[in-house]
Unconditional design. Structure first.
Length: 268
């Protein structure tokens, strides 16, 4: 029976404003996931402020998943798994869609091979799901934690956003990192920053202490990230002003929940 790696979430590390990027009102392109919109909160409030940051391509340059998996599985093994995961994602089970103006028999059936439970995955999530299964299934949790500790040598901070985070912290705002990256290694990367909480993609751990390779509650990206953030704010709030920093288009859903949203050009 798989159990959640609860010891790694949420993180609470320590107790940044004056944004350095151009700001805009919350984007209207993403569907809201809660009834209360950002505009419902007065601009001036005695409630604590909240600053929410994406990680990959926002706080840090590049994407953190592949460097972590390389440290767990090894570079050659990772390259083989990358190819297999791309092929598997491309052939995932999808609903048959009729041509315009035609009715095709069996239109509700699923085609291709693979797990029917993955049928609703977009390509990126389908690829990530398969890659995590290939790289992490059967890996001892302790080995994954050792690889996480080695990630400090990888991280390259996006200095303008790191400075923005520090200014929010200096003003006493609560800092949350909301990311699709794995909670297996994110606490190690954030240990030296004044980040209070983390929302990320969690991996299941079996009773034997081995990773199963399965995401506990799905991929913490796009609409799913916004859904989790909305629930988290409802559970931990209320908050006064809310600032959000992320990339487009993937972070637009969560940025739509903020009072002030900054779209950050993806940092490579």
């Amino acid at each position: 029976m798989a159990r959640m790696n609860r010891g790694l979430r949420p993180i609470r590390l320590s107790q940044s404003f004056m944004p350095t990027m151009s700001q805009s009102n919350a984007p209207n392109t993403a569907a809201p996931v809660v009834a209360a919109r950002a505009g419902d909160i007065p601009q001036e409030s005695d409630l604590p402020g909240l600053a929410v940051f994406d990680f990959d391509g926002t706080l840090a340059r590049g994407d953190s998943l592949l460097p972590f998996l390389a440290r767990v599985a090894g570079g050659e093994t990772l390259r083989r798994h990358l190819a297999g995961s791309v092929a598997g994602a491309a052939s995932r089970r999808l609903p048959v869609r009729p041509l315009a103006g035609r009715h095709l028999p069996g239109r509700e059936t699923l085609v291709k091979g693979g797990d029917a439970g993955d049928a609703d995955d977009d390509f990126k999530t389908a690829f990530k799901r398969r890659l995590l299964r290939r790289c992490l299934a059967g890996v001892p949790l302790e080995r994954a934690q050792e690889a996480a500790a080695e990630m400090g040598a990888w991280v390259r901070w996006h200095t303008p956003l790191r400075d923005t985070l520090m200014r929010h912290a200096d003003q006493g705002h609560r800092i949350l990192v909301a990311t699709g990256a794995l909670t297996l290694y994110m606490p190690a990367l954030l240990a030296d920053l004044p980040v209070h909480d983390l929302l990320g993609t969690e991996m299941a751990v079996g009773e034997d202490g081995l990773l199963t390779g399965e995401m506990v509650a799905g991929n913490c990206v796009r609409a799913e990230k916004a859904r989790r953030l909305a629930l988290w704010m409802e559970e931990t709030g209320p908050y006064g002003r809310r600032w959000g920093y992320g990339n487009q288009p993937s972070d637009l859903p969560f940025l739509a929940l903020m009072d002030e949203a900054t779209v950050v050009p993806t940092a490579h």
